[in-house]
Ligand binder design. Structure first.
Ligand SMILES: Cc1ncc(C[n+]2csc(CCOP(=O)(O)OP(=O)(O)O)c2C)c(N)n1
Ligand SMILES: [Mg+2]
Length: 369
């Protein structure tokens, strides 16, 4: 008997707004309105300014490390905009500021986080997102669990989780994909493939040609999109979320983008990255592309740009003031946010400022037991 083909697949790539700001009108139908594109452009410019200021805060010793989002704003903003605020749940990594702010995270929270202040991780009531995740990959498991809970509760909601290309080489990614697909949980996996995992380029980190195809092994749907194209990102994400909410399964979206900055402020990408590659991607900058599109439609000009930049400056300056102006944390704060009822041992630690849990005998430390 001749061999048979038991599985065949193709991966689609979606681009709607090309690098010159030209739109494919047919594909763009039923996507973003002019008003929405203007709104998202303004948001992306504000986020870019925020990113630059965060970088300066670190350089001037006013903040710890910071991972710049620069270059990836369309991937974050377009996908975040496709999720329904206050309903769908965002489970981020650390390069999705634009999505998190769209869903109501106060902008100072991210600065506080990187200033080492735990209050930056306090998500306000009603804002549906987890704090940013620095351990690579862990958040995807949380996303699969949240999505499963939505399914069990029969809630008409979906989850979108963000991660990088490097994270798909972690076991957590595979476990989360397997769990979400087996449970048919309403979960969208959004990979920001920015081509690098610190100093490791995609091609020496994985042997698969695309990240998207990893979905096939788990029975998920997948698509690769131009991650610097607001329209493509928005369309693919909205469709994936709608499908997920309707019980239609899990989707892995691979957004092709680029990290224009260093990995973090602790890195110097010039040591391992070819400047020509960076220059090529600068030409695909999502902000430049979106602006070209708006200008061609008569919706944007230099005057609007300078007004926007002034506004972005003012907004970010207030945010920095809020982050730096917050009262100093108290010693007791570290006991406050984990337990509903503090165990006796921790009550003792809080009240005495001393521990007996690392080998100190309470009596030696002069503590009451
Ligand atoms: C579990 C774990 N292993 C290693 C690290 C160190 N680390 C921080 S970022 C990073 C690379 C992540 O690359 P990618 O997933 O592509 O995200 P990107 O930073 O490019 O957005 C690594 C290995 C970590 N934070 N957590
Ligand atoms: Mg990466």
């Amino acid at each position: 008997m001749p061999k048979q083909v038991v599985y065949e697949a193709k991966i689609e790539y979606l681009q709607i707004l090309d690098e010159n700001g030209k739109l494919d009108e047919e594909l763009a139908q039923d996507t973003l309105t002019d008003e929405q594109v203007v709104f998202l452009y303004e948001h992306m410019v504000t986020c870019r300014h925020y990113d630059e200021i965060a970088f300066k805060l670190q350089r001037s010793g006013r903040m710890g490390t910071y991972p710049q989002n620069k270059g990836q704003e369309a991937a974050a903003a377009g996908s975040g905009f496709a999720a329904r605020k206050g309903q769908d749940f965002l489970v981020p990594c650390y390069r999705e500021n634009a999505a998190l702010f769209l869903h109501g995270l106060p902008m100072q929270n991210i600065l506080l986080h990187w200033m080492g202040d735990e209050r930056g991780n306090l998500i306000p009531e009603g804002v549906r997102q987890t704090p940013i995740a620095i351990p690579i990959g862990t958040q995807m498991l949380h996303a699969a669990g949240i999505a499963w809970a939505y399914k069990i509760r029969k809630e008409d909601k979906a989850v979108i989780t963000y991660f990088g290309d490097g994270a798909t080489s972690e076991g957590d990614f595979h476990e989360a994909m397997n769990f979400a697909t087996v449970m048919n949980a309403p979960c969208v996996f959004f990979c920001q493939n920015n081509q690098w995992a610190i100093s490791v380029p995609r091609e020496i980190q994985m042997a698969s040609e695309t990240v998207a195809q990893k979905a096939l092994a788990y029975g998920a749907q997948c698509i690769q999109v131009d991650g610097n194209d607001l329209f493509a990102v928005y369309k693919a994400t909205r469709e994936a979320l709608e499908r997920a909410r309707g019980g239609g399964g899990v989707t892995l979206i691979e957004a092709m983008t680029y990290r224009l900055g260093d990995h973090t402020t602790a890195d110097d990408a010039r040591r391992y990255r070819d400047e020509k590659e960076v220059e090529a991607w600068k030409a695909r900058d999502p902000l430049i592309r979106t602006r070209k599109y708006l200008e061609a439609r008569g919706l944007w000009d230099d005057d609007k740009q300078s007004k926007l930049e002034a506004k972005a400056k003012a907004v970010v300056s207030e945010v920095v003031k809020a982050a730096e102006g917050i009262e100093a944390p108290t010693f007791e704060d570290i006991f406050d946010h984990t337990f509903a009822e503090l165990p006796d041992e921790l009550v003792r630690q809080r009240d005495t400022g001393r521990t007996s849990s690392i080998g100190q005998h309470p009596e030696q430390a002069g503590l009451r037991v």
